[in-house]
Design a protein around this ligand. Structure first.
Ligand code: SF4
Length: 208
């Protein structure tokens, strides 16, 4: 599940997302999620130009096809679920059928697990394609965008059960985490239960 972002410096992202999403909600939940992503992406680009944060963003080890991190519990809002649904429903029928089967298995295997137990289960996200890429990369949720590592070897060792700490890049994690918090607050203010729900349960609902 998404821990609340640890860093205060990006709290302004939360405020901006909350305000902007309130204005975009009448256009639908997926539009609200897109707004949050756009603001977070812009904040990340700005951070990359700031000498104070640029150095802390360096050393990104994440690459297409590297998927160690795609084995954890991901908590999402209904807005991210709606955006995810657009991506999933746009996939070819055969791919959707494969995902439906993986989701059913994942729902059974993850029921009642906490975050640590989920990671220990080493269960790949149902949206992970055979080549290790995300099948819905352009519509993936905010935590997937913010979870960036400085060392893929630590990610691998952690997933394989070693007691090692994954060096998650705090700037990215802070920005996308605050964006999700702002999105959740805007939903709650509009009377929409903000979640989070697990990505697996959200997919089960989308594919029901
Ligand atoms: S949605 Fe995509 S990026 Fe996120 S955990 Fe699943 S496969 Fe990985």
């Amino acid at each position: 599940m998404i821990p609340r972002p640890p860093e205060a410096p990006f709290a302004d992202v939360e405020v901006r997302v909350r305000g902007a999403v309130a204005g975009h909600l009448p256009r639908g939940l997926a539009a609200a999620a897109r707004t949050a992503i756009r603001i977070a992406d812009r904040a990340l680009a700005d951070a990359g130009r700031e000498p104070g944060t640029r150095g802390r963003m360096a050393g990104l080890a994440c690459r297409a096809g590297c998927s160690w991190c795609c084995h954890q519990m991901v908590g999402i809002t209904p807005a991210e679920q709606a955006l995810l649904a657009e991506g999933v429903l746009a996939l070819p029928a055969g791919e959707r059928a494969r995902i439906r089967g993986s989701v059913a298995a994942a729902v059974n295997r993850t029921r009642g697990l906490d975050q640590r137990q989920w990671w220990a289960a080493r269960l790949p996200c149902p949206l992970l394609a055979e080549d290790g890429r995300c099948a819905v990369h352009s519509t993936r949720p905010l935590p997937c965008r913010g979870y960036n590592s400085a060392d893929a070897e630590h990610c691998r060792r952690s997933l394989e059960g070693e007691a090692t700490r994954v060096p998650v890049l705090a700037v990215q994690w802070g920005i996308y985490g605050h964006a999700q918090a702002g999105l959740a607050q805007a939903l709650a203010a509009a009377g929409i239960a903000p979640g989070p729900v697990s990505l697996v349960d959200a997919l089960a609902a989308v594919l029901a």
